[in-house]
Design a protein around this ligand. Sequence first.
Ligand code: SAH
Length: 377
Amino acid sequence: MKKPAIPEFFGRTRDELRELLASDLFDAESYRSDQVYEWLYARRAREFSEMTSLPRPLQSKLAARYTIPTLGIRHVSESRDGTKKFLFTLEDGRSIETVLIPSEMRTERSRQRKTLCVSTQVGCPLDCKFCATASLKLKRNLTTAEILLQIFEVERTTRETITNLVFMGMGEPMLNYENVVRALRIITDPRTEMLGKRRVTVSTSGLPDEIRAFAREGLNVKLALSLHATTDTLRTRLMPINKKYPLPTVLAAIEDYYKITKQPVTYEYILFEGLNDTPSDAARLAKIARRVPSRVNVIPFHPIDFTHPTGVSRELRPASEANFRDFLSMLRNAGVSVFIRSSSGKDIEAACGQLALAELPPTAGTQKPIELTFSAE
Ligand code: SAH
């Protein structure tokens, strides 16, 4: 893993900021550095002059050297179900998408859950056959700042408070390891008053070395594995990365993640008609799910026709409603804790796997939704 440089200023963790401010340039004590840290990430100052608890000379010294970055919002599409997709422009002119999904909380009826789905890369190199982001290929990794700013900008413009965060947007988080970990340190630090670690999920296609390293970071956030197939033959067809890291290798790493963090893991499983929806698939999936405490999220396949797929991608179809229900009961009967992951935002191509930077909002209602009662995650 090639380590990206520590951010110059914005995006530094508490320790990294202390180190910077203790340098001869600023010669500031650690409590000052903590004040800057809180101004940046808890109070979200956008100008150094807002940092009124700092001495003026320190404000000016900081302002002379650094700027507090922002992300430009180029477009917001809103779905009939309330999901919002943000198209952000980055400093170098590239774009990313971030999705805000409102849903009812299962426990507290009065409160709405607001889940933000953030991107970690511009595009993605992994070429999963069912995912629209694959059509972009990898352009570059996001910086720590660009990961954090997705949350800041969405909260600022919508005046909503994000209650849950999922790293399931564009890109493979484990391929941008350092920046994802740094962002998570800031996000889960109680001083930034952002989100508790149990409200954060990182989804990965399964890179064993990174999964084990991630377990040892002490972040203890939730981990989800994009599984989608229970045999190496099919998984390799759907996810080329499986050739390099076949199922036994990936599942052993997931087992270690559980052993080290004691956090139950999530398996994500898109159900494709006639491919991975048979009773034998359900039986193998149940066996995998029993290895360590886990839950399985079964996901309806969201068509990606708008990317003009070729090859295997063209053949993929969502499982029929009947097969979907049967598959869920087979899993439930096998004692698996199973949930349906909602398809929020499908009409604006904001659902899982549909992020591909369409320039214009597509016409709503072009895709027929599967009629299922979705239990929120
Ligand atoms: N690279 C990471 C995170 C991005 S994908 C990963 O592989 O997990 C986020 C989730 O969306 C994954 O579970 C992924 O498998 C799912 N997904 C991708 N394309 C999809 C599609 N067309 N329909 C439904 N879910 C999809």
